[in-house]
Write a protein that binds this ligand. Structure first.
Ligand code: ZN
Length: 412
């Protein structure tokens, strides 16, 4: 490996961020953010994530030969490493070669690092920051690489199944639980025991999280996701035993003790998983859970202004549109006759949901149960945030974080 000069860091005084907190709403497009605002703050109030002073627009297409619509693995790889890759690939380039992540570069610079999510902590988004595998399904290998290679100081989320040996019980029941028994699915031995050997405190409930003091912490709070993804009223649930905001607060508490600073990824995953089910109610809850974590990050940044806070998404999910629930058809526009009105009636809609502080209601219309190629909003504050103004591709996020923390890029 050789240390290269950063090509985009030549002609300007680099802003210095000691720490970076990157908050990702998986699948969260502009309409998801707007819906979260309407239901909680109304038409003129703003979510914490939309009160950040800098805003930009980020393209998400992947480098997959079969499609340009990204999955979470390729999108996270682009943000984490600055390299576009094929769908399913985790921090490897299209030829399968590992590429360094922002988390790894921060660790090499002496900073601390953390990964947090509301789904499996070995799922694609956090994985691209702390592991290198050809396919995202290799979740026990991802967990093993966290412990033995990238070594995030704080690891908090779900998916204990991949940390305990296949066939052996973990802490949480299988979900759904057809046999009444718990069988784990790990393929890399007992990784919770391995984590303890390596100095991690291992916790599995709220009391454990609250009591944990670091410096290394592994918290696994669900068999798989910290929610149950399904369509409305069909076994859907989002009542985690620990909240994303509480995990974020604990991680910042531990990581901020390092005088060199830290990198922290915080992912809210239910926005995407519920959008895949066109479950507006719980996709909305996901947006609001993420926003509480943003408020925690913002409160920390207010005490340590050398912190770059970025809120974005890996891609849009659902092709979501927001409309008023009682809006009249538009008969005065040329061409919108009876056929146009019928098309409106046929749209797949959820709601109506009340607009906070107003007499209005809104509906959420879905175009698809999959991802879309729509650009996603980026909001930010702190040193280097002004480089996120404008329109750019998701690889730019990596460049901005590297430059802000003045990290040396290693070329493999
Ligand atoms: Zn998805």
């Amino acid at each position: 490996m050789a240390t290269a000069t950063i090509p985009w860091d030549t002609d300007r005084e680099a802003p210095r961020a000691k720490s970076v907190i990157l908050l990702v709403g998986d699948g969260m497009g502009q309409a998801h953010r707007l819906a979260g605002q309407l239901v909680s703050r109304g038409t003129s109030g703003r979510l914490a994530m939309d009160r950040l002073p800098i805003a930009g627009l980020m393209g998400t297409v992947s480098a997959d030969p079969d499609t340009f619509v990204t999955d979470s693995a390729a999108a996270a790889t682009a943000m984490a490493t600055g390299v576009k890759t094929v769908n399913g690939a985790v921090a490897v380039d299209p030829n399968g070669r590992p590429v360094s992540s922002i988390l790894e570069l921060a660790k090499r610079a002496g900073k601390s690092a953390g990964l947090i999510t509301t789904c499996q902590i070995t799922d694609a988004t956090p994985a691209a920051f702390g592991a290198h595998v050809a396919h995202r399904a290799d979740q026990s290998e991802i967990a093993r690489q966290y412990l033995e290679q990238s070594r995030p100081d704080v690891i908090l989320g779900g998916g204990e199944d991949f940390w305990y040996p296949a066939g052996e019980p973990g802490v949480f029941p299988d979900d759904p639980d057809p046999t009444g028994r718990e069988r784990s699915r790990g393929t890399a031995g007992d990784l919770v025991a391995r984590a303890r050997e390596l100095g991690y405190a291992c916790v599995a409930d709220e009391a454990g999280l609250r009591a944990a003091g670091g410096p290394r912490l592994l918290g696994l709070f669900a068999n798989q996701e910290l929610f149950r993804q399904n369509s409305e009223g069909r076994g859907d649930a989002y009542d985690p035993i620990v909240s994303l905001a509480d995990m974020t607060a604990k991680a910042i508490d531990i990581l901020s003790r390092n005088p060199e600073g830290f990198f922290l990824l915080v992912e809210e995953a239910a926005i995407d998983r519920m959008a895949h089910r066109n479950n507006a109610r719980l996709a909305l809850k996901g947006v609001l859970e993420l926003d509480k974590a943003v408020a925690v990050a913002e409160a920390y940044a207010a005490t340590d202004p050398n912190t770059l806070v970025i809120v974005t998404a890996d891609h849009e999910c659902g092709g979501l549109a927001i409309a008023g629930s009682n809006d009249p058809a538009y008969p005065y526009e040329p061409g919108a006759g009876a056929e146009g009105a019928a098309a409106v009636d046929l749209a797949a809609e959820d709601g109506p949901f009340p607009v906070a502080n107003a007499a209005h209601h809104f509906v959420m219309g879905w175009a698809t149960t999959g991802h879309t190629a729509a650009a996603v909003p980026v909001t930010a504050r702190g040193p280097g945030a002004d480089r996120l103004l404008g329109t750019y591709e998701n690889t730019h996020l990596f460049e901005v974080m590297v430059e802000a923390m003045s990290l040396a890029v290693r070329v493999r």
